[in-house]
Design a protein around this ligand. Structure first.
Ligand SMILES: Cc1ncc(COP(=O)(O)O)c(C=O)c1O
Length: 366
């Protein structure tokens, strides 16, 4: 079986985890702090907070910006449900709009058309590692006075016009789920340039504790919760961050090989990278007709291909819910949902494995 993804866990990660286990300091602590520092430095952003997942990080970001009942937050239709669910979980209304059928990221005209006086924020998604266009977003943000919280679940290492994803939005949130190439098993990373928000979130994720230099708890200043990421998981993430450039280079090399092999194959088209963007290829996707047949047949032949992601408007949680507003016909999203196929891509993938995937795909669509 050629897997869709295989986490790249080295001896170094195991050694670091063992060190934490031997230390007895298992909850969030100095190793988590180090991971936050390393990620913030890598992204060129002032603050990074480790949390339990991208989903809980998105929810925390919304609460931090005061988004609640009566507010609307615009999200793309073609995304993992977490993007919209986080909005509903804080009591606000997710307003779901279409995506561009070529880049599969939010359609900026659809976004703008959905803005109302109740719109407080937008959560664009740098889907599969393809960055959103921050120039377009910042124009819309300024014009309508919105917050931009980026769902960067899959976009560590992606760039837009020389700036790292994670340093461009008001608040960005990454996932460290094992399908991501920098993983902590489960976990998330929240970044922001705003010191006040960072302090609020630090307190919120530690039961609402007062934030002091010493990190000793002497007061509880607000209602909070527990979103801490343990030293054990952070040790895995730190080991991965040590080789983040190597991991990214390999992904981009494999993506380039796929592109070269697939670009002129009849029956296959490739998504477009955002203009000015540098893709991180968290997922490598193609568009094919009869995607479900192709997917089933390739799986039968030992290649673990997968759909891209979901079209929210096709699901009961979003289409039969008074607290959710669907805005527009979602044709771009529907096309992505029906035709997008994700191919295997992992650090140790060999040229032979890649050629096998290409050959079997060509047989299916030819
Ligand atoms: C776009 C997007 N947002 C959010 C999530 C949820 O991330 P997590 O599993 O870390 O909560 C995912 C998961 O893959 C995702 O793809």
């Amino acid at each position: 079986m050629i897997p869709l993804i295989r986490p790249y866990i080295t001896g170094d990660a195991k050694r670091r985890v063992n060190e934490v286990l031997d230390s007895g300091f298992l909850t969030e602590g100095p190793v988590t702090r180090e991971l936050e520092t390393v990620v913030a430095r890598y992204l060129g952003v002032a603050h990074c907070l480790a949390v339990t997942s991208c989903t809980t990080g998105l929810e925390m970001a919304l609460r931090c910006l005061g988004v609640s009942d009566g507010d609307e937050v615009i999200v793309p239709d073609y995304t993992y449900p977490a993007t919209a669910s986080a909005v509903a979980l804080v009591g606000a209304t997710p307003v779901i709009v279409d995506v561009d059928p070529q880049t599969m990221v939010i359609d900026y005209d659809a976004l703008e058309a959905a803005v109302t006086p109740a719109t407080k924020a937008v959560i664009p998604v740098s889907l599969f590692g393809n960055p959103v266009d921050y120039d377009r977003l910042s124009t819309i943000k300024k014009k309508h006075g919105l917050f931009v919280i980026e769902d960067a679940a899959c976009a560590l290492g992606a760039e837009f016009k020389g700036r790292m994803v994670g340093a461009c939005a008001d608040i960005s949130v990454f996932s460290c789920h094992p399908r991501k190439f920098v993983t902590t098993g489960e976990g998330g990373l929240v970044t922001t340039g705003n010191a006040e928000w960072a302090e609020w979130m630090l307190s919120f994720k530690h039961f609402g504790m007062g934030v002091h230099e010493s990190r000793q708890c002497t007061s509880f200043d607000r209602i909070g919760t527990n979103l801490k990421l343990s030293n054990i998981l952070a040790a895995v993430g730190l080991s991965q961050m040590d080789m983040v450039e190597e991991l990214l280079d390999r992904r981009r090399q494999l993506a380039a090989l796929y592109q070269e092999a697939l670009k002129s194959l009849p029956g296959i088209s490739l998504p477009t990278v955002t203009e000015g963007g540098l893709h991180s290829y968290q997922s490598f996707c193609v568009f094919v007709d009869e995607r479900d047949r192709v997917m089933a047949s390739m799986r039968e032949k030992g290649v673990e291909v997968q759909i891209g992601t979901y079209s929210l408007h096709m699901h009961k949680a979003f289409n039969a819910n008074d607290k959710v507003r669907l805005h527009g016909a979602m044709q771009g999203s529907r096309r992505a949902f029906e035709q997008c196929l994700t191919l295997p891509l992992f650090h140790e993938m060999t040229r032979e494995e890649l050629d096998t995937v290409v050959r079997l795909l060509a047989e299916e669509v030819g």
